[in-house]
Design a protein around this ligand. Structure first.
Ligand SMILES: Nc1ncnc2c1ncn2[C@@H]1O[C@H](COP(=O)(O)OP(=O)(O)O)[C@@H](O)[C@H]1O
Ligand SMILES: [Mg+2]
Length: 262
């Protein structure tokens, strides 16, 4: 482990600035295994970014970093290979026809999971949904557009204070984005909530992230995932004062369908 770390650390130094502070060393030791470092190194060689600047969010299944090149910023999501919720991931993929042939090996499943998020993002991005533009991936590392300003990521919708007027607007924006994914890209997000929506208050824009769970409409149980997403929307906006039943959300979404399919 120590050896792996030291080797990894050497590589990290080549990827970015020489980090010397003890604390930073600890972060790298905690979050990068050798496989992730190799993938990071290869992605940086491909020219996406040349420096990892800061950690945006440390999570149970992934860590997200701010990375940069001379020209621009990126968000780099690194899926943890040793993840405790591995079983639930495997459950999602094994029922998805697009991923039926993969070997049920932990590392490979995480790699498939990364590829899946990349593809889902691409599908949605190409159809005009407000998701981060995906740039590339390798193994368990995904490189995408950084959503934020001045090196600070936009906050999750759950952490934003909204005025009454804003709530109504944001609800409409959220449904439009959900509708774009559904009607244009043929995907159900399947983990849709105020945690996976980022809000740019100044620009008045809603962004959808975390598409790793998203499923195609032919998935056998798709309706229950769809219902759960809409339920989350209605509960969140009801808490914010909009008094919505799931049926209200459904009918609003149906009304948007023709408009969004154009
Ligand atoms: N493209 C991005 N730009 C800026 N911040 C991001 C981006 N993607 C993710 N994040 C940040 O990282 C957090 C975790 O990302 P997410 O994709 O939701 O992963 P997880 O599976 O860990 O929930 C988000 O809540 C957000 O704060
Ligand atoms: Mg998330």
């Amino acid at each position: 482990m120590e050896e792996e770390y030291e080797e990894g650390f050497e590589k990290e130094k080549r990827i970015g600035k020489q980090k010397t502070k003890k604390q930073e060393r600890k972060i790298f030791k905690d979050v990068f295994d050798k496989r992730s470092l190799d993938a990071l190194f290869n992605l940086s060689k491909k020219g996406f970014f040349d420096e990892l600047e800061a950690i945006i969010k440390k999570g149970k299944e992934s860590n997200v970093f701010l990375a940069s090149s001379k020209q621009k910023k990126f968000a780099v999501k690194i899926y943890k290979i040793e993840t405790s919720t591995f079983r639930s991931i495997s459950k999602y993929i094994s029922h998805d026809k697009r991923f039926s042939k993969i070997r049920k090996n932990k590392k490979d499943i995480i790699y498939e999971w990364t590829k899946k998020e990349f593809r889902n993002l691409k599908r949605c991005y190409e159809r005009g949904a407000k998701v981060p533009k995906p740039f590339g991936f390798e193994r368990n590392v995904l490189v995408m557009e950084f959503l934020g300003k001045n090196n600070t990521a936009f906050p999750m919708l759950r952490d934003v204070q909204l005025t009454k007027k804003e709530i109504k607007r944001v609800y409409e924006m959220v449904l439009r984005e959900y509708g774009k994914m559904l009607f244009r890209a043929g995907l159900v997000h399947a983990d849709f909530s105020e945690y996976n929506l980022l809000y740019d208050k100044a620009g008045k824009k809603i962004w959808v992230i975390d598409l790793s769970h998203a499923l195609g409409l032919n998935y056998q149980n798709i309706k229950s995932f769809y219902e759960r997403d809409l339920e989350k929307i209605s509960v969140f906006f009801t808490k914010k004062g909009l008094k919505l039943e799931i049926e209200d959300v459904k009918s609003r979404l149906r009304k948007l369908e023709n408009d969004l399919k154009k």
